[in-house]
Design a binder for this molecule. Structure first.
Ligand SMILES: [Zn+2]
Length: 95
């Protein structure tokens, strides 16, 4: 590889790094709204949150199970977790 080519490659690479850096700065200084991307929870955390077993023959459990699945499909983990809590409440006699 000759010196001129190496020089050209270094220039291209530093220009790319500079562009990436300035984009990063823009993203951190211009963002004034909450990040719309979902928060990545540790693997298995959602499974633990939504862990429940609806009692067959219990209408409250079945209704909550359907709503849990719908909320999960919508990506609304908080809502799904509330339905999971209601299903778990069956064992303690809340419903
Ligand atoms: Zn129930």
């Amino acid at each position: 590889m000759n010196a001129e080519l190496v020089c050209k490659l270094v220039q291209v690479r530093s220009a790319a790094l500079e562009r990436r850096f300035s984009l990063g700065v823009m993203a951190t200084t211009q963002q004034t709204f909450p990040d719309p991307r979902p928060v990545d929870l540790p693997t298995g955390f959602n499974a633990w949150l939504l862990d429940c077993s609806p009692v067959s023959g219990c209408k409250v459990c079945q209704a909550n199970w359907r709503q849990l699945r719908a909320a999960e499909d919508d990506g609304d983990t908080g809502k799904a977790a509330r339905h999971a809590t209601e299903i778990r409440d069956h064992a303690s006699g809340v419903h």
